[in-house]
Write a protein that binds this ligand. Structure first.
Ligand SMILES: [Zn+2]
Length: 600
């Protein structure tokens, strides 16, 4: 086995937290989700102890604004989209150990613990700023109820905490011509206190951390992160807001209008979800193997708009909790926590030349996609043509071509014709006779692919990895065409050719499992394999000691038989006539999908 020389390690895999304000589209999941699942499935097959955790990000102004406009509570809105998103991610085959949410009591407690650790070490300080109150009621006017003109881009509908046009974070006092969304009055600004995270105190520690990643991280991610160090500013971590995690300090805890800023609580989610997973596993300390063992590794996956939170802010928070910034300090009560090993960021996917946009309906939601097409067709497309290193454009024409020319005509065809012939002529996997040079060359090529594909997957180079695996498939098809077993009268030779082809089918099924878990599982069964080859996630309803129930995505991946290794097939294993692995897509789907885009 190629990985037998390296010992089993604890690997945390952390896909970004989708925001619970709507269903996910394929642009989203091409960045944060599918690459993380491919990486995680490979690492489990290679014998490592993987913990994959995430959940829905449910606090913040946008959810409150949307809830207000629908006349529901933010909790009701979050409940709705938490369930929708969990369903989408489960349908994609995302092998989460735990996909939870940020509105759990566990998450609140862990966020407050991180806050306290940072505060006790002096990395959080209060600052007097100007906050808005309503002149007519005298009460605090939360950020979302203030709008005005963005001082940065001039957009007229900017909100008190953020401009949706240019994406910059704002303070209500920055807005030009601020007014209340409730009654149009001009808010009065009075002095109020908020908390700031002292990011400049981590400039040196973050610099040491990031410079050590030279040659390991994708160059664009590292360059972007190092550039941010040039000008780190203290960052507000509380807001005038009533939906979020309370500030855990005397005099603050019970203030209904002060909450931690959503970004502060969301990045803690990776850790709080690990703690929740441990408690649900029956060993409340089980998270420590992934967060405190110096040999443990952690990989965070996201779209490029989220790099700053993962390469700068979350590492700064961890450094501060550990007492490792300019002001020193002691680790918090849980002990020092590991920083990210790698921040793996994808670029953006566009759709038919346009930016994905839910509001302008340039979009294909995961659910709609999977109602019409095979999940493995999407996973394959994202692996081979996704936005790994540059922005890329999804087109229905390309999707159809990849599906038909590669999945159907190469992989599906290899599986189908080799199994079909063997089932028809032998009813079982035939014995191999004496091997020719051509037989040996193909078998060696296939075995050598484990190291090559595994090496690429271990470095999150999905396009190279899936292309290498498909090269084996193409060569096996070329081998069959050259050997022409259907013309061979010699039964021993024919059996040998089919044996060699089926061995490569078995190898390729393993090599393709991280990308195509569902179809690899089918091939495993077709080849007479027993049990579960690639486990699929499921949705379970859980609660917190009698609290409201909520769905989590989880799974029992220990039942998998998949190991990252060549496994000799067993002659005599009965074979049945195979069913097609993939469906060919008719040319009409392109026009149909484009018409759907135009309609909307
Ligand atoms: Zn703006």
């Amino acid at each position: 086995m190629s990985s037998s020389s390296s010992q089993s390690r604890h690997i945390l895999t952390a896909p970004a937290w989708p925001y619970a304000n709507g269903p996910r589209h394929i642009g989203h999941v091409s960045g944060f989700a599918l690459p993380c699942d491919m990486f995680s499935r490979y690492q489990r097959m290679a014998g490592n102890q993987v913990l994959m955790v995430s959940g829905t990000d449910e606090h913040g102004t946008p959810i409150q604004v949307q809830a207000d406009s629908e006349g529901v509570s933010p909790r009701e809105l979050a409940d709705r989209y938490n369930r929708v998103i969990a369903g989408d991610l489960q349908a994609l085959g995302m092998s989460y150990d735990l996909f939870t949410r940020t509105t759990t009591r566990n998450h609140y407690a862990v966020v407050q613990e991180i806050f306290k650790g940072l505060y006790d070490n002096g990395y959080i300080f209060p600052k007097t700023t100007l906050g808005a109150i309503s002149p007519s009621t005298g009460r605090t006017l939360p950020d979302r109820y203030i709008e005005g003109t963005c001082p940065i881009c001039g957009y007229d509908g900017a909100r008190g905490d953020q401009c949706d046009n240019c994406g910059n974070q704002l303070d209500p006092v920055d807005l030009i011509n601020p007014r209340s969304r409730v009654n149009g009055e001009v808010p009065r600004f009075v002095e109020t206190e908020h908390f700031m995270l002292d990011l400049p105190a981590f400039t040196d520690a973050l610099g040491d951390y990031l410079r050590a990643k030279q040659g390991e991280w994708r160059p664009n991610v590292l360059k972007f992160s190092l550039n941010l160090l040039e000008d780190l500013q203290p960052r507000a971590i509380s807001r005038d807001l009533d939906w979020g995690v309370p500030v855990p300090l005397e005099g603050w805890r019970d203030q209904p209008n002060k909450r931690l800023y959503v970004w502060f609580d969301a990045v803690v989610g990776y850790f709080s979800a690990s703690v929740e997973w441990a408690r649900r596993s029956g060993d409340p300390d089980a998270w420590r193997a992934w967060w405190q063992d110096p040999q443990a590794l952690s990989y965070y996956f996201m779209g490029k708009d989220n790099i700053v939170f993962h390469s700068e802010i979350w590492p700064a928070m961890l450094l501060g909790y550990n007492g490792r910034g300019d002001k020193g300090g002691e680790p918090g009560s849980l002990g020092a926590l590991n920083l990210p090993t790698e921040v793996v960021s994808s670029e953006f996917l566009t759709m038919e030349g346009r930016k994905f946009s839910s509001s302008r309906q340039v979009v294909i939601y995961v659910r709609d996609f999977l109602e019409r097409y095979d999940v493995d067709a999407l996973r394959y497309y994202i692996a081979v043509a996704g936005p790994e290193n540059q922005d890329t454009d999804f087109t229905w024409q390309h999707f159809r071509e990849r599906n038909n020319n590669e999945l159907v005509a190469q992989w599906g065809n290899l599986v189908n014709r080799s199994l079909n012939m063997a089932a028809k002529e032998y009813g079982a996997i035939p014995e191999a006779g004496e091997l020719t040079d051509a037989d040996r060359a193909l078998l060696e090529r296939s075995r050598a692919a484990f190291d090559r594909v595994g090496g690429e997957l271990g470095r999150s180079r999905f396009k190279n990895a899936v292309t290498e695996a498909f090269d084996v498939v193409r060569e096996a098809n070329g081998y069959l065409s050259a050997q022409e077993p259907w013309k061979t009268e010699d039964k021993t030779r024919k059996g040998t050719i089919l044996h060699v082809a089926l061995q490569v089918v078995d190898d390729a099924k393993t090599l393709l499992t991280p990308f195509l878990p569902k179809s690899s599982d089918k091939v495993h069964t077709m080849l007479g394999g027993e049990g579960v080859w690639a486990a699929m996630p499921e949705i379970r309803e859980v609660d917190e000691e009698g609290g409201p129930s909520y769905p989590v995505v989880t799974g029992d991946y220990a039942v998998e038989r998949a190991r990252w290794e060549h496994r000799p097939i067993r002659p005599g294993t009965p074979l049945a006539k195979p069913k097609p692995l993939f469906a060919k897509l008719d040319a009409s789907i392109v026009d149909e999908e484009l018409a759907r885009l135009e309609e909307s």
